[in-house]
Every structure is written in C-alpha cells, then in structure tokens.
Design a protein around this ligand. Structure first.
Ligand code: FUL
Length: 421
C-alpha cells in the first residue's frame, strides 16, 4: 500500500481549509445546569429569554470562524427544532435550528448539526424507540427506503428532516458517547447513505467516514498527526485515543489506507453547556492561541465550543475572549514577519490536494553570519505551527526535508506571537 497516493475528497479539502469551526451546545441543560440531561427533563425548561442567533454568528464570523455546528439534539433527546416525529422539542417556542441556519447564511458561515445517536428520551419515555427490540423492516424515509428497526427509522426521519428543511448542511456530527444503559445498534450504513444523498457536500464527522475524533477533549492534536490512516477489516488499526494512530507499526497492520483527518473539539469553558458559575473560567487569548497552535497548527480542524446562556446569547466573557482571539490570529498568524525580524513561531504548509507527504523536517536560520538549526519536526499536513524555544532575531530561514513519502511543495513563513511565554 502506498501512503503517498492517498488523497482527500473535495469535501474533506474544503472542511480542512476552514480551520476554525464553532460548536454550540444549547438545550435544556442550559437551564437545568446539567452537562447530561436525564431524558425526562421538562421541555418547558428550555425557555431562552432573548434568543438571537445572529449575535452568535456575528461574533463568530468576526473572529474568523467558517462554520457552526449546533446540538440539534443532545443525549437527552430534546430537539431544538419542531420535529414532526416527536413533541419533546421546541414545538411551542421557536425553532433554534431554523434561526441559526438563517443567521449562518446571512453571515456567510457553514451550518452543521450534531444529532446525538444516544437518546435518553427515546430510551426512557413510555413507547420510546431506543433499544425496544423491534425488527428491521422496509421503511420509507421521505423518498428513500431502508430496512431498519424503530429507532433507526426515527433517527433517519430526523436526519431527513434536518437535511431537507434547513438549507445546505456543512457537517453532520455523530457523537460516539453513549450514556444509555440499553443496547441499540445503529444502522450506520443507512445513515451515511441518506446523508450522502441529501447533503453530498457535508462531512460526516467523528462517528462517520470523513473526519475522525482526535482522541481527547482538551484541545490538542498529536505532534505527529497524519491524515492518512491505516484500517484493517473496515476499522482503524489503532484506537482513536492511541498515542500513535498512523505510524509505521499501525501502517504495517493495515489492509486499507484512508484519508481520515483529525478534528479537535474543546470548549471555551470547562463544560460544554453554559453554567453561570463558569463565567470566570472562560479561556483567555494565550490559552486559546496555545490550543490554536496545537490543533490548527497540528494538521487538525479546531472545533471550539461556545455555549449560549439562558438568554440565548453568547455571554460577555465569551464574546470578549472570541473577539480578542480572532484579532490575535489576524495579527500574529495571518500576518507574517518579514525578515530580518524577530520570530518565535514557524508556519509550514503542504497542499493537501497532493496528499500528506512530509515525515520529518528541520528549519535552519541564517543568523550572525551562518546557518544554524533552530527547529525540527515530524509531520506538516495542511498546516504546522511550530513555536521556537525562544524568540530569535533572524536574517533568513531555510527548510530541510529529512524524510518524505513523495516529492511535494512546502510553504514556510515566520511569525511572532507575543503571548508565548
Ligand atoms: C461528548 C458528549 O458526551 C458531551 O456532552 C459533548 O457533547 C461532547 C462534544 O461530546 O461525547
């Protein structure tokens, strides 16, 4: 197998180039102060007093985000849109999915949905479908047909509703977490088939074939982060959380290689949902930039969660942090330092349409009359942001490729970020 020959799909290229995606966790938990609802929470608890999705999208677009993924349904089963298929939703008070999809279109942002496979309402409510042991039977889902059981029919109907009612969908996020006690198999093949038919440009993330979970929720990718990932018998050779998922040991066990890039999901607050007690724990610019270097700057997409408060607005501390984060990216990372100049971060890029090739590299600097090695690294991929041990005054830089899978072009630029201590 030739790892140098593996290429991303067009939808994966577009996804990776976004670099910054926002996650929005919003639902009954916002009002009950929980992270995981019980499934039997009173739908009336969800009562934002001043919902304005355009405040979210204005803030996010201003900070450089390119798309937004909303928890249309979290594990508690409550739906943020008035679904035809159940009442446990915003039925009586506003369509958050609709409002956000419109706000995204106005702001020029992509719009994605998180639809939790685990569903505590369907597990616990009388007559619920989750794990009810029903047989798989031919089932019409809109104009499509699949042979599925009750819960998978319900889930496909929800997907169909979301993918046909709310404009183009950029990403469908299938969370792998399972807080339920009963057993329910998921008809992934049917789900993926329906998503491909109804939203061919959407990436299917985490539980899906286009984007993998990086393996932690702390905001960092690996220093060696490959998008070419070994599979055996249809599954990744390594666990998603493994220290190495695509190194020589894993490659040796593969019967197939796939382009399967990493996404780093992390929250701007300790929790995924809004809790007033965490207003003083919003991550600030130096930490956000550290996360940026370790996610976007390690060949991943950053999926940063910002949870709206009980008004249905991003809270002031989050807006301030996001705005400052966006300004810092523009100033330190979108703008290169012209040499001679003071530098403490290197930015390296491969064109992923040519695959991912570089295995290791070194960077030399011309300083005080001679070339000296100032940094080494392993993978590059879409983008590698490599902080130096200390700021250096540099006259010139050069890149040495130490090992590569195939010939490719690498773009190198020099930067200065004063927040690096
Ligand atoms: C996890 C969930 O259990 C959390 O509540 C959150 O949605 C996070 C993004 O994924 O698996």
């Amino acid at each position: 197998m030739d790892a140098s020959a593996v290429r991303p799909s067009a939808r994966q290229v577009a996804w990776q180039r976004q670099e910054l995606t926002a996650f929005v966790h919003f639902g009954p938990n916002t009002f009950t102060d929980l992270e995981w609802g019980t499934g039997l929470d009173d739908p009336a608890a969800f009562a934002p007093t001043a919902l304005d999705c355009s405040q979210w999208t204005r803030t996010l677009a201003g900070a450089g985000f390119k798309s937004v993924i909303l928890t249309a349904k979290h594990h508690d089963g409550f739906c943020l849109w008035p679904s035809k298929f159940l009442d446990h939703s915003v039925a009586t008070g506003g369509d958050v999915v609709g409002a956000l999809s419109v706000a995204c279109q106005v702001a020029g942002l992509g719009f994605g949905v998180y639809l939790s496979p685990a569903d505590l309402y369907q597990e616990k409510a009388p007559g619920g479908y989750y794990g009810n042991g029903s047989p798989a039977v031919p089932s019409r889902i809109g104009e499509l047909e699949y042979v599925v059981d009750d819960y998978n029919r319900f889930y496909l109907n929800q997907l169909h509703e979301l993918l046909t009612s709310y404009g183009p969908i950029a990403e469908v996020w299938l969370d792998g977490a399972n807080p339920t006690s009963s057993a329910q198999t998921y008809a992934f093949d049917a789900w993926f088939d329906l998503i491909r038919r109804l939203a061919p440009d959407a990436t299917i993330a985490v539980g899906g074939p286009d984007v993998r979970w990086v393996g932690n929720e702390d905001g960092f990718a690996r220093e060696t982060e490959w998008s070419v990932v070994p599979f055996a018998d249809g599954a990744m050779v390594a666990e998603q959380t493994a220290r190495s998922v695509a190194g020589p040991d894993e490659l040796a066990q593969a019967d197939e290689l796939r382009w399967y890039p990493a996404e780093v999901d992390v929250s701007i607050r300790p929790g995924w949902f809004y809790h007033a007690a965490e207003d003083t724990a919003v991550k600030q610019v130096p930490e956000l930039l550290d996360i940026y270097r370790k996610s976007v700057g390690r060949n991943a997409v950053l999926l940063l969660n910002i949870p709206p408060d009980r008004r249905g607005l991003f809270a002031d501390p989050d807006v301030e942090a996001l705005t400052a984060f966006g300004a810092a990216i523009r100033e330190y990372y979108d703008t290169a330092v012209k040499l001679p100049g003071r530098v403490n971060v290197l930015d390296l890029r491969e064109d992923i349409e040519q695959g991912q090739q570089i295995e290791s590299f070194a960077v030399d600097a011309f300083t005080e009359g001679s070339w000296q090695e100032i940094a080494t690294g392993t993978t590059i991929g879409h983008r590698r942001l490599l902080p130096l041990d200390k700021p250096l005054q540099l006259d010139d830089v050069r890149l040495r490729i130490l090992s590569t899978r195939a010939e490719t072009e690498v773009h190198l630029s020099t930067h200065y970020d004063p927040t690096i201590s």
